[in-house]
Design a protein around this ligand. Structure first.
Ligand code: AVJ
Length: 322
């Protein structure tokens, strides 16, 4: 532990570098697709941070507003002396809102694969809430991991904000919710933020901002592939596309090839037709009811939902096994 009382994140053995393999498999697939988790290199993370402050991108603002307004109500559901386990926390900004309203929380455990915790944030959090044990873990939160032995006996509250669960296929989201339930154990509470289905214009605008930040964020994936895999994408020959697929209730992001072209990637040649796309992201949107149904099917009982009509923060309790 450092003098500020924040444990440094402990790094597991470096995960095998799947980037090259995933990119090649995605570009050889029909239709072409790339996993959205690769958006978040240094430049991509900075661009996403800018997205969250865009006038058109309402989800972050709405979720933070709901958390601020409802923190006492949400915190009142936490079992006394619990550990708040946050899945995929780069910044602790949202957890801080809950922690400030939940005086009895004993430990905060942010879990992130990147290890890219804002150490300054955690140190400041520890300063503001001196009673709190802050124990970051560098783990792939989609896989099983152990809580620190000292915290193993505490009741658990899971926190999965940011509509990140919307990046999963509904089937994967169900599997992930089940996995979280197994990890957190019986009687666990889970707080999940998920964007709501709404009118198409509002949804589409959020992914097609006037300043073009989302386009840069999308195109940065090609820049990253060029840099890290020695590829020769002509980034200017691709354009950003984002639209709402109502039948599947998801925003789709694509990179559209402006012409017929050939790209060299890690020794392979990838051919693009004019107008052919790389599908880079799905962002699923749920109604309150469709998300609650998904949660139920994954072993969680909806307790309460906090919403401003734009975004939903769901409180779920693990359904008792019978
Ligand atoms: C971080 C996955 C919630 O889907 O809205 C923002 C990512 N993509 N603009 C989202 C994103 C384009 C974001 N999530």
């Amino acid at each position: 532990m450092n003098p500020q009382g924040v444990l440094h994140a402990t790094r597991p053995a470096a995960p095998a570098d799947d980037f090259a393999a995933d990119v090649l498999a995605g570009l050889k697939a029909k239709p072409k697709a790339l996993p959205p988790k690769y958006f978040y290199d240094l430049a991509g993370s900075a661009l996403f941070e800018r997205i969250t402050r865009l006038p058109e991108y309402y989800p972050t603002r709405c979720e933070i507003g709901i958390l601020q307004d409802q923190a006492p109500a949400i915190a009142s559901m936490f079992p006394p002396g619990s550990a708040l386990v946050e899945f995929g926390s780069g910044s602790s900004r949202k957890a801080r809102i809950l922690l400030s309203a939940a005086a009895t929380v004993e430990a905060y455990v942010p879990v992130d694969i990147s290890g890219d915790f804002l150490q300054q944030d955690l140190v400041q959090l520890k300063r503001d809430l001196p009673h709190l044990i802050v124990h970051p873990l560098v783990e792939d939160f989609t896989k099983p991991f152990a809580l620190p032995p000292a915290l193993a006996a505490l009741p658990r509250v899971g926190f999965f904000p940011g509509s990140t669960i919307g990046n999963f296929e509904p089937e994967e989201a169900r599997g992930f919710l089940r996995h979280i339930g197994a990890m957190l154990g019986p009687a666990a509470l889970l707080v999940v933020g998920i964007d709501l289905v709404k009118d198409e214009a509002t949804l589409v605008r959020a992914y097609n901002d006037a300043e073009g930040v989302t386009a840069k964020f999308n195109l940065n994936l090609l820049t990253r592939i060029n840099r890290e895999l020695g590829a020769d994408f002509d980034v200017a020959a691709f354009r950003h596309s984002a639209f709402f697929n109502r039948a599947l209730s998801r925003i789709e992001m694509h990179l559209v090839s402006g012409k017929r072209q050939r790209v060299r990637v890690n020794g392979a040649t990838i051919e693009f037709g004019a107008g052919e796309t790389i599908h880079t992201e799905n962002s699923y949107k749920y109604t309150v009811e469709s998300f609650q149904a998904l949660a139920r099917s994954a072993g969680w009982t909806p307790v309460k939902v906090f919403t401003d009509g734009m975004f939903g923060v769901h409180a779920l309790r693990r359904t008792e096994d019978r």
